[in-house]
Design a protein around this ligand. Sequence first.
Ligand code: SF4
Length: 501
Amino acid sequence: MREEEMALRVDGMKALLTADRTLMSNHRQNEFFGFGATAPPAVVPEWLYKQLFFPPVKTNSGVPVEAPYGLRKVEAQLTNEGFSVLTVDPDHLNRYIDEAEVLGVHVMDPFGLGPASTTFARILRTGETYTAKYFRTLLEKPEVERAKKRGLKVIVGGPGAWQFKCRPRFLEEHGIDCVVEGEAEKIVGKLFRRALNGDELPRFYEVDVKEIPSLEEIPDIKNPSVNGLVEIGRGCVRGCQFCSVTLRPLRWYPYEKIEKELKVNAEAGVRWGILHAEDVLLYGSKDTQPYREKVLKLHKLAKKYYDGVGWSHTSMAAVASGPELLEKVAEIIVDGNQEWWGAEIGIETGSPELARKIMPAKCHPFRAEDWPEVVKTAAGVMSDSNLIPACTLMVGVPQETEEDIIKTIELVDDLRDFESLIVPLFFVPMGMLKDEDWFRAEDMNPLHEELLVKCLRHSLYWTKKIMANLYSKEGLPALFLNFLSRFFVWRVERKARTIMS
Ligand code: SF4
C-alpha cells in the first residue's frame, strides 16, 4: 500500500485490527513453523527461537504486508460494511491506536491451551507458551492500556476464542470487552457498530448455527494473507468426536472465488501459498471420495498464481483412496520451483478399535478395522508423490486402553521409513467430548512414555533431514539458518534426554 493511500485510510480510522507477534509472522515462509510458537521458552534463547519460528513480518509504515487469513476476512467484511478499518503490526500499534475506537484482536492459542501447547508445556514442565506470552504482552502494551482508559473497546475472535471460557478472569483483568467464537462474517459488523456507538457488548458471543455464513456471505480478502493462505472451503463431513469443526456445514468455494484471493496475494508478490481446508483432497466432494477433475483443476489454478503450493490439511483415507490422484497432483505441484509440499494429517491412533469408537468416518471409504493399513498405504503413496506431512496422534482420549496404545506404538514403528513428522498431542476436550477431562502429564503411564519417545526419535530424525534440505542453499542467510536449525535440533535432543533420564 502506498503512503498516500494509507494516509487516506488512516484519516478518520475507527477500527484497528491486529494479532500478537507469533501470529503476525510468516514463520519463514513455512506455515508449519508456526507450531513452534506453541512451545514454552525452555529449549533455546528467546531471540533465537523468535528468529527461527516467528520473525516479524515485513511492514510498510507499520502496516503488515501479510496478515493472518482470518484477520483479512474480518478486515474485508468490515470494509464491505463501510467501516474505516486498518490492520496493523502489533509492534506499530502506538502509531495508530489514538485514532481507533475499537481494537479487534485475532487469536489462535491465547493461553497455550491448544493440544500442541499443552503437550509441550506439560512434558517440558515449564509455564507460559510463546503464544500465551505474546498475546498477554500485546494487551499489556502501554499504548493499549492508555487507549483503554480513554474508552477503546477490545473485541477478540479467531480459532482460539474457546480458550477464554477457561480463563474468564483474564477478560476483566485485561479489559477485553467481547469474545467472538465461531465464523464471524455475519455478526462482526453488528458488534463493531455497537462498540462504536458506545452500546453494551456481550462478554461472550457464540455464533449460532443460523448465523453461519453461506458461500455468498463470505467476503474475499482484499489484502495479502500470511504465506499466501487461501481458503478453498469450510466444514468437514467426517464427524470425529473430538473435533469442533465437524459441527459446521460443508461449503466448497467455487474456482472464481479462490482465484480472486490467489490474485490478491500474487499481485502483492506473495508467490508461495497454502490451500486451506480440513481435507484439501476432498475439494468439491460432498462425501469422502475425492472428486478427481475438481482437485486437478484446483491445483492447476493455484500453480497459475503461485510458484509453490502447500496444503493445510488432508486425510489418510482420502490419500489412500486415490493413489493415482495424488501422483497427478504431484505432477502439477512439483516442478523447478518446488521439490515437495507439506500438509497436516491426523493419524490419531493406530488402534482399529479406538478408531471405530471415536472417528469411524475418518476411515471412510475404508472400514475402521483397516485403519492401520489405510495409514500405511497412504504413507507409501505420499512418499512416492513427495508429500511430507506433519502427522498428529492423540494421547489420552477418554476411551483409550493399554491395548490401543500398544497398537499405536506398533504403527509408529511401521512408519519408521516414512519421511514425516509424527507429533503426539495430549487430549484436549473439544467437540462432542468437550465435557471430558483434560489429559495431563501426570496421567501418563509407561506405554504413553514409550509412545512419546518413539515419536520424538522419529520426528527428530526426519526434522534434521528436512531442515538440512530447506537450508542447503548457498549464501550467508541460508548458512545462518542452517546453523540455527541444527543448533535448535541439538538443544531439543539434549533437553529430551534430560527429561527422559
Ligand atoms: S477429519 Fe479432521 S476436521 Fe474432520 S471431523 Fe475429523 S478431526 Fe475434524
